[in-house]
Design a protein. Structure first.
Length: 715
């Protein structure tokens, strides 16, 4: 086996054809979303990465019920979570089940029990709880059928949504922005409609798997009350759910600070109900402005802000975001698809900064609406956030990765109860790091090396030696503990004198844990991540771990048949069985997401790429599969296939007018697709370690004259 050399050279801030600076403002603004109808899939969002506010065509959340099955009008945060009562005092261990995967010890996994009883109840409760909350809808008291002449634009350069429309013959002009560091939105409304009302509606959580998190029928557990005023122009509302404090921030506050057009009347709506969850403000002035801030702890010293102050802070933040990060300009390309690719790239940069840069890893639908109960999936963090390091915003990735320190005790507990060393990172979880029971997620392993890969991207993102040392000191211990689990999880096969991976479900989730040995992507990921972990030991002044080197040198090769790689070593009938040609074509991730490793053969991988492009069940794929294929094609020196994969005309590769990656009726947006797109484009432009071509992922026939600045090469 030829020696695998891990390239540690950092190459950053490269440019292609940078004879003159790119007009960044021009690139960004020519891709501003423009909405002219009440399109429920064209909702627009303002936010700061840990808080987001999604609006309809009025510039506010006037029609939350109408948009509930489109891109919902969410107001969500990192801290806004809720749990229902647990009268049975169910415990996480009630959902555990013992397994024997032939590793010499019993392993306990958190699974979904199907038969009725305490174990089933525990399964359902811990999957459902906690769940992310919708913090409140802020809208205008309008009827959608009376709205005409819609003209709405999101100015990506300033983060402001400008909405103009006519209502019942009267013009409206609404401007909406979000503060870059506070969970606060600001709005200015100009209209001569003297009946104009601003509504604040507060739903009760639903706790459902995938929805807008709005239960509009629950009253008695959903209490809103005035909590005094911070000033003569401020109304503070206190929100209490279930009559008492719940998980983290189920009790929270809403401060409404009025500027021009101070409200003239307040109406608390509850009818015959003993409590209420709607507030009306009538505004008599032609110009009304206010800010609305959501916070989990009352702070009397909190500085009050005006609309103009928030708008200025937003404009400053977004200008810095676009000028300090990377940019790609497709305007010189002659391929007719180039403008669409640029639109997807620019809008994805915005959406991921708005939804994916908070205190915790993001959920698939970000801060817009709930999927999987609002929980986040650690196998998806790479797809959401690797791009931040490649596009010049490593601080956003670094900020989120800090959550792993909070999750470490729980991850260590999981590894210990399964008989392994180190820490085993969970799959589906929440801010508390509690593992959600799952018959698939609990057996996944490809989330394990992500922390190593992402920390390595942070290290590579800078040439500042002091900053490199900061990353080494900060994440070195977590990388060590992560690698300890990876080594102890791999099983030594004495007969074959090799290490194998078994008792796991791979990224291609159609395979079963009890039947799967040596999935190719996971094998390559183990090899790559263990090499990086060794490099981190050496950077930190420690010797290489000899046990880890033994694993690196003896890990199994990728299984192949008829010059094609298999979905697993135990899947010899891969190409005759629909199970192995649906879901993620993860075998391509073994070279693409990852650099070439000794397990992979270029000729066989190229054959596999061609076979998958021709015969895969593309109607059963996900949004990040297309950029994964593109990255593989780029490394295989197949740039035309890379571009074609990114722009393949398939339902799950659809990008809506707002830039969201549409999947199906359940997942109307899917941020891992956006993140994967950015990662693939960064790689196709800036290349990877050892590459010497310019724009290696784009055809060199003159049709893709791509210009870029500030991208970081992939490993």
């Amino acid at each position: 086996m030829k020696k695998y050399i891990l390239l540690l050279t950092t190459i950053i801030s490269c440019s292609a054809f940078a004879t003159q600076p790119i007009d960044r403002k021009g690139v960004v603004r020519r891709n501003n979303p423009h909405v002219t109808t009440l399109d429920t899939l064209a909702s627009l969002t303002v936010g700061n990465g840990g808080f987001a506010f999604t609006v309809d065509a009025t510039g506010l959340q006037s029609f939350p019920r109408m948009y509930s099955n489109g891109v919902p009008l969410g107001t969500m945060s990192d801290w806004g979570w809720h749990s229902f009562d647990n009268p049975q005092q169910l415990r996480p261990e009630d959902a555990l089940k013992a397994y024997d995967f032939g590793r010499g010890h019993t392993e306990f996994y958190s699974i979904q029990y199907r038969d009725r009883g305490r174990q089933h109840d525990a399964t359902e409760w811990f999957r459902q709880n906690p769940h992310r909350m919708h913090l409140g809808a802020v809208g205008l008291g309008l009827q959608p059928e009376k709205i005409t002449h819609l003209d709405q634009t999101l100015d990506l350069w300033t983060g402001m949504i400008d909405s103009r429309f006519t209502y019942d013959g009267k013009p409206y002009h609404v401007q909406t922005v979000c503060h870059p560091t506070r969970d606060l939105i600001a709005t200015r409304i100009v209209t001569d409609d003297r009946k104009m009302e601003v509504h604040f509606d507060f739903p009760y959580p639903t706790g459902k798997h995938s929805d807008d998190a709005c239960n509009w029928d629950e009253w008695e557990k959903n209490i809103t009350s005035f909590d005094g005023a911070l000033s003569t122009n401020t109304d503070t509302l206190k929100r209490v759910l279930d009559g008492k404090s719940r998980f983290d921030a189920a009790d929270y506050y809403v401060a409404i600070h009025w500027g021009e057009g101070t409200r003239s009347h307040i109406n608390l709506c509850g009818g015959s109900h003993p409590t209420w969850n709607k507030v009306y403000f009538n505004c008599a002035s032609p110009t009304t402005s206010f800010t609305c801030e959501f916070f989990d702890q009352k702070d009397p010293s909190r500085q009050l802000l005006t609309f103009d102050q928030v708008a200025a802070a937003s404009a400053d933040y977004w200008e810095r975001y676009w000028t300090e990060g990377a940019i790609v300009d497709f305007s010189a390309c002659t391929d007719p698809r180039a403008a669409e690719l640029e639109r997807r790239v620019v809008l994805s940069q915005y959406l991921l900064a708005v939804n994916d840069a908070g205190d915790t890893p993001p959920q698939e639908t970000g801060l817009t609406y709930n999927s999987w109960f609002g929980k986040f999936h650690l196998e998806m963090i790479w797809w959401h956030q690797a791009q931040f390091a490649l596009w010049g915003h490593p601080e956003l990735l670094d900020h989120t990765l800090e959550w792993y320190f909070k999750a470490e005790p729980m991850a260590r507990e999981i590894a210990t109860r399964q008989g392994f060393k180190g820490v085993r990172w969970m799959k589906m979880t929440d801010p508390s790091a509690t593992e959600a029971p799952s018959n698939v997620g609990s057996f996944l392993i490809w989330q394990q090396p992500h922390l190593i890969y992402l920390a390595e991207l942070l290290y590579r993102s800078t040439t500042d030696e002091q900053k490199k040392q900061y990353y080494l000191k900060k994440y070195g211990r977590l990388i060590e503990e992560t690698a300890l689990f990876m080594h102890s999880f791999a099983t030594y096969d004495h007969r074959g004198d090799r290490f194998v991976l078994k008792g796991c479900i791979p990224a291609q989730e159609t395979l079963r844990a009890a039947e799967t040995v040596n999935p190719p992507f996971e094998l390559s990921y183990w090899h790559y991540a263990m090499q990086v972990a060794q490099a981190w030991r050496e950077r930190c002044g420690m010797p290489r771990n000899t046990d880890w080197d033994e694993l690196i040198n003896r890990i199994s090769p990728l299984a192949a048949k008829d010059s094609l790689y298999l979905a697993a070593e135990t899947a010899p009938e891969t190409y005759e069985d629909i199970r192995f040609t649906s879901d993620h074509p993860a075998v391509l991730g073994a070279v693409g997401i990852l650099p070439m490793t000794p397990q992979a053969d270029t000729s066989i991988m190229r054959n596999t790429l061609h076979w998958i492009l021709d015969k895969w069940n593309w109607d059963k794929t996900w949004g990040w599969d297309f950029p994964m294929v593109a990255m593989n094609a780029a490394r295989m020196d197949e740039p035309q296939h890379a571009v074609d994969a990114l722009l393949m005309d398939k339902r799950t590769n659809t990008y809506l007018p707002n830039g969201h990656n549409y999947q199906d009726n359940r997942l109307r947006l899917y941020l891992p697709g956006n993140g994967g797109l950015l990662t693939a484009v960064a790689m196709m432009c800036a290349g990877w370690d050892g590459n010497e071509k310019t724009n290696p992922g784009f055809p060199a026939d003159g049709s893709w004259d791509v210009r870029w600045e500030g991208l970081v090469p992939m490993p």
